[in-house]
Design a protein around this ligand. Sequence first.
Ligand code: MSP
Length: 647
Amino acid sequence: MPSKTFYITTPIYYPSDKLHIGHCYTTVAADAMARFKRLTGHDVWFLTGTDEHGQKIERRALESGKSPQVFVDEIVDWIKDLWKILDISYDDFIRTTEKRHQEAVQAIFQKLYEQGDIYKDNYEGLYCTPCESFWAERQAKDKKCPDCGTEVEVVAEESYFFKMSKYADRLYQHIMEHEEFIQPSSRKNEMINNFLKPGLEELCVSRTSFDWGVPVTFDKDHVVYVWLDALTNYITALGYPHNPDKFDKYWPADVQLIGKEIVRFHTIYWPIFLMALDIPLPKQVFGHGWLLLEEGKMSKTRGNVIDPQVLVDQYGSDAIRYFLLREIPFGSDGTFSPEALIQRINYDLANDLGNLLHRTLNMIHKFAGGVIGEPIEEGEYDRELKELALATPKEMEKLMDQLQFSCALAELWKLIGRANKYIDETAPWALNREGKRFRLNTVLYNFVETIRIVSVLLQPFMPRTPQRIWSQIGIENQEELHTWESVKSWGLLKPNTRVEKPEAIYPRIDVEKEVEKKTEKKEKKKEKNKDKGEKQLTGNEINIDEFAKVDLRVAEIIEAEKVQDADKLLKIKVSLGDEERQVVAGIALSYSPEELKGKKVLFAANLAPVKIRGVRSQGMLLAADDGKGKIVLTGLNGDIAPGSRVR
Ligand code: MSP
């Protein structure tokens, strides 16, 4: 049986400059969706490309002393490289300067003219070049573009017009009858109230005051208006109208992703053009929010854009993809900051995911000779873990169908969190100590099987990380364990698989450099505050990243004894769950070795090892000291497994 098709598109980007991280947002989202649909068995067509004509590009090319074609060719190469390093798996990349597109646009324009939807007249009005958008006097108050705020230009020229009003009622009806057509629904209301209800103006669809566009075949003074040229890319790339095989197979698009500022073009102009061509409308147009910076919108003119290539070089493409998809609910605006990115990397990727893998492999090497055993003896907590592991793919699929990337990832992280808790609940180190080999093998198996399921589900979002996990858990060549089918059943992982020694897939990021940068910023801010007479910082504060550098854990004291010839020192062995540590602590005058056994205390786990009186010490028990000789160890207000993180 042929599999169900799925056609997804991104907007085509203006190659007027290099793209910034905000542009990557749409494309990464589309890629995650395309990969998810491929994983779940769909025949996917994923289109992206570049919108290369128009006055803006022509002017930018002139400014740089290049011909428009040479100018765009260079930037398009750069964009393709960017998509490569971000692992964007597009099936086709359309450039509006390609012959296949230009010929199709000319045929479309001619057809619309011949059937009487396009007519010639004179245009007098306002034009915003950055948005390539026409405005009436009443819309562009104070001669400013309502979308981007740039000063508009007065345009008076002979033009072809498209009869938008002819289709307005049909479009209104379609929108009202198809709840899913414009998403999120707030954008639908905006379109109805701001554009459809006040009445649609006829649209100017050709220009004569510049040349950089698709020539109108029957009137060589005119080039096709860039938005008519650009919007049709979604069908010309499928071969419409001359080679319609792909068009017949994939159209109508299942979802067209765009940013919120171009919803008007995609939900009013675009469907009306399609209606005029007698082509069905896309099933859904989704207008996502903007990625903002703390100081507001990213724009080249403000000089505050974030270069995606620099970020990828620094943190890797999977981490950037994860951040973009996880941090901001799709549809809403969200803020990008290096601090937020590092927090996601350190907490979600290094701690939650990385530690689960690391601890698991460590235990398999320590307790089972590096080989996954047979899961023979079931026990408490197993069912809960398995049920969640099997429910997670279904839940994620539901959320992905609503384009809720962030919620889908949150579901996956629930499973990761559950598995981390399962380690503490089942305490494999205790099972090992007590010689409960069958049970130990079962829980170790369950950890790896959960990690396998997590890694399969990660693929659409972070295409590189699963490979690294698979090679560590020894299944890189077992493709049948990487499929969507394989996460529908528990227990496909083969016992006796040998696992690798753990290697951190996401080492925590040293935030020192960021802190340095921030300190500089803080100094500047202090100066500013001083001017404003605001409360001063003392200069002793640390930020959350500096605090997070200390790996605080719950430790259980297993043994304690006096250090020879040292009155104040005790040699103490503690358990951190999956590992034991030896520390030397100066608490012998306050505690006897006997009373310490079994106590759970707070423990700084990532101090560099030292030797104290010749005894190795790695870590520190946290204690309060009144300065008069009294020392009291920190305790906990309830019972919790050793190794639990304190934050
Ligand atoms: N060429 C037109 C689209 C034509 S589609 C037929 C265009 N190009 S663009 O390069 O200016 O923008 C492309 C996409 O990038 C838009 O969807 C826009 O919303 C998105 N973004 C640009 N900056 C963005 C952010 N800061 N955040 C999120 N998306 C952003 O418009």
